[in-house]
Design a binder for this molecule. Structure first.
Ligand code: ADP
Length: 261
């Protein structure tokens, strides 16, 4: 593997004279990165399976399989489940991120975005309703197909919609829109929730970065969701825009190139 860096140079009158190209052999670095991804995904995989088994057993206990439970016992079981669920979520997110970094979660094909966004909204409707939020989906007829990995794009949609639900208080409004633009699909998730301070708007796309303030501290998360979104959008040659104001809400907009006719 080579990394190529190019820079032009000019004469005294700023006329281009040529260019310098530097070729760096980054094979060893790439290999190390691959080992790291494999290591993370093996560890995460080894954690996910036993954890699912333990969660299942806790659920059986909770259902009273070994006899009726008193309230304090139920509460303790509930707390244990919550903790385990968050470790399971972290492992799944790490696993997905390392799969995406190692070359993708599946094959590239023509993808219809409408059913995919419908599925993301369906998955999160229960959580939005539990917070009395309105979660609306608008799909324009001119929405084009894109070339990509369906599973990864679904992950992007669920991450963005789930964040909007999570970081918007009771009674808020979330609008998910998908439409066609100039040779591209334009997908946006808008909420009127907590918003993101300007100085955090770049950092939240780095892995494990979470905004720490009084409002967000109570909300559980891994800080990996937007890192996954960013990776997937990059690997699909798309771009991502964020407009957000603390106290007013956030809009995440994705642009993905339309598949050739
Ligand atoms: P997680 O939600 O698991 O913490 P993410 O990577 O999805 O991780 O998000 C990173 C951080 O960005 C979150 O912790 C939160 O502080 C902020 N954030 C993401 N989406 C929103 C949103 N819709 N509104 C307000 N803050 C958000």
């Amino acid at each position: 593997y080579f990394q190529v860096t190019c820079a032009p140079f000019y004469d005294a009158r700023r006329r281009p004279m040529g260019a310098v190209a530097v070729f760096d052999d980054i094979t060893a670095w790439r290999r190390l990165d691959q080992y790291k991804s494999e290591f993370v995904s093996t560890v995460a995989h080894e954690i996910v399976s036993p954890l699912s088994a333990v969660l299942g057993q806790l659920q059986n206990l909770n259902k009273g399989l070994l006899g009726p439970l008193e309230e304090p016992q139920k509460e303790l079981l509930g707390r244990a489940r919550e903790r385990l669920e968050s470790i399971a979520k972290l492992s799944r997110d790490l696993l997905d991120l390392s799969k995406i970094e190692a070359g993708g979660m599946g094959q590239v094909s023509r993808v219809q975005l409408a059913p995919l966004f419908q599925e993301a909204v369906d998955q999160l409707m229960g959580r939005a309703q539990a917070k009395s939020q309105s979660l609306e989906l608008e799909i324009d007829d001119n929405l084009p197909e894109v070339m990509g990995v369906g599973e990864e794009l679904l992950r992007v949609a669920t991450n963005l919609v789930s964040n909007a639900v999570k970081y918007t208080p009771q009674g808020g409004r979330i609008r998910v829109r998908a439409a066609g633009g100039d040779g591209e699909a334009v997908l946006s998730v808008q909420d009127n929730g907590l918003g993101i301070p300007p100085e955090e708007q770049e950092a939240i796309f780095q892995r494990f970065h979470r905004v720490k303030n009084a409002d967000t501290r109570q909300i559980p998360g891994t800080g990996l969701g937007l890192a996954i979104v960013k990776r997937v959008v990059e690997s699909h040659d798309g771009r991502l825009e964020l407009t957000s104001e603390p106290g007013k809400g956030s809009t995440f907009t994705l642009y993905l190139p339309a598949a050739p006719q």
